[in-house]
Design a protein around this ligand. Sequence first.
Ligand SMILES: O=C(O)CCC(=O)C(=O)O
Ligand SMILES: [Fe+2]
Length: 191
Amino acid sequence: MSAVPELELIEGFYNQADCRQLLERLLDEQDWPNNRYQVGERWFELPRQQTWHADPGIRYSYSNNLLVARPWTPLLSELRAAIECRLNAKFNAVLVNLYRDGNDYVGWHSDNEREMGDEPLIASLSLGAPRTFAYRHKRSGEQGSTRLNAGTLLTMRPSFQHDWRHSVPPAPEVADPRINLTFRYVLPPPN
Ligand SMILES: O=C(O)CCC(=O)C(=O)O
Ligand SMILES: [Fe+2]
């Protein structure tokens, strides 16, 4: 259940034992890059770490120079297959975010890049420390939030990106890491 119809929550998509193992494997296997990036003359530091994996030929300009597409690892492919099967959907890319502790966050945004087309369906799997997922309507300002526990699969329907922004705000009391994977379908480049 969730407060807005554009979001669908499936709690316990993975059980707690599986979640612990998946988190450990991802922390260990993912090769987290340096999270500093440059825009013009200025350097910024991303307030989390992330890797981007996509099928061959898929290009995506999220955060411009930060995202170099990597191949799917066996573990990421396994997660993709399980989620595709449950949701009866297809994904060709995943953004893996590591929130090292409660100081890491993602600011207000919507995932509406042109490369995802007009109807972006995004599936988001959470592992590790529970964090708050907040959303705010672009026009009315209506706000809401939901807690994303380990093992929760959140589906964001296309209209969610049209009408709402979302964020995972800092939570300084959280000491443990969280990994979130957002599976996406990016349109192949035209040619
Ligand atoms: O960590 C989350 O739950 C959300 C991540 C997110 O919004 C994104 O990757 O675009
Ligand atoms: Fe997002």
